[in-house]
Design a protein around this ligand. Structure first.
Ligand code: PMV
Length: 327
């Protein structure tokens, strides 16, 4: 009693980034190895509402949970979206007199790499508040809180991060519907950090301006992206890993054509393909960020990660594309 915790994790985009902002389908994969945890502590004296909010970036991976509780001060580096989220949840709880709470968010999701770190923080915080206050928020209500926080942080957000950071299985966002499509064969995704920040906000704005000047190019892009995503979805469902890999690489080429890749993300993709990956691409907003590569076995994923680290200095993580993975 008096404390609440919530967890979430990072994600990558398998297919369909950017096009999803315009309503085309996209497929995301959770990265459970990159965890985020929020802890909320009720303070019985000394004020009401959000009293202290602290965010700590921990080593990528699962937060240890041994970090000390926040000092009773507000820290200016806390993203505005999280502050708003906390205040909204407290208000919506309908408590006549708001309890005073201190919040600590420990994130093992590297920030600004297109890995969904902001959504993971917002989700873990929403769940921790829910836990503390016994609100029993529906999945939909949690999603909307996270999404509001994402919009405050990024402007336009499709919702794919808000969903995938709370799922254990691939997430498909298509025609306004969310689903967890089945996976027909076990595979592994290696995530390699290019070492430079993803420019999601800039990239989304860049495409919007380009499409405004040339609406025809927008239609071509959306059509190609949607075709690739649907085909890749069928490949994933039927366990055709090689074909799925080919779609990932084709998606990279499509995004590169829009100017969303960098020398470094292109080099990592080439290196992964030369090392035998079934396919590779940039993931998420682009203009830096992470690259993902598909392999059939865990061993191949480990070998690929070791090679990308040794030859390109890239930090790597992996995520299972697991057959029959259920909630
Ligand atoms: O947060 P990122 O960098 O993984 O980007 C998410 C994918 C985009 O399609 C570029 C943006 C969005 O809101 O869907």
């Amino acid at each position: 009693p008096g404390t609440g915790t919530g967890t979430a994790h990072g994600k990558v985009v398998l297919l369909g980034e950017h096009a999803v902002v315009y309503g085309a389908p996209a497929l995301a994969l959770p990265v459970p190895a990159l965890g985020c945890r929020a802890r909320v502590v009720r303070r019985d004296q000394g004020g009401h509402g959000l009293l202290g909010l602290r965010m700590v970036q921990v080593q990528p991976g699962m937060p240890s949970g041994v970090a000390p509780l926040p000092p009773h001060t507000q820290e200016s580096s806390v993203p505005e979206g999280l502050r708003t989220l906390t205040e909204t949840v407290l208000r919506d709880a309908g408590l006549r007199s708001l309890p005073g709470v201190d919040v600590l968010v420990e994130s093992g999701v590297p920030p600004a790499r297109g890995l969904g770190s902001s959504a993971a923080c917002a989700r873990s915080l929403a769940l921790a508040l829910d836990d503390l206050l016994g609100l029993q928020l529906s999945a939909d209500a949690v999603f909307h809180r996270v999404q509001a926080s994402e919009k405050a942080a990024h402007g336009r957000a499709s919702g794919i991060d808000a969903l995938a950071t709370g799922s254990r299985r691939p997430v498909l966002l298509a025609d306004g519907h969310i689903s967890n499509p089945p996976v027909g064969a076990d595979g592994w995704i290696t995530v390699a950090d290019s070492g430079s920040g993803a420019g999601t906000r800039k990239a989304v704005a860049m495409l919007r301006d380009g499409f405004a000047r040339d609406p025809g190019s927008r239609e071509v892009f959306l059509h190609r992206s949607a075709t690739l995503t649907r085909a890749g979805l069928r490949d994933m469902e039927r366990g055709r890993l090689e074909a799925l890999g080919g779609r990932l690489t084709d998606c990279h080429t499509l995004l590169a054509g829009l100017g969303l890749t960098t020398g470094r993300t292109d080099r990592l993709v080439d290196a992964a393909l030369r090392a035998g990956a079934l396919g590779a691409k940039m993931s998420g907003g682009g203009l830096g960020g992470c690259v993902i590569a598909l392999t059939a076995t865990e061993r191949a994923a480990d070998a690929l990660a070791a090679q990308l680290t040794a030859e390109h200095g890239a930090r790597c993580w992996r995520a299972p594309l697991a057959k029959g993975e259920r909630h």
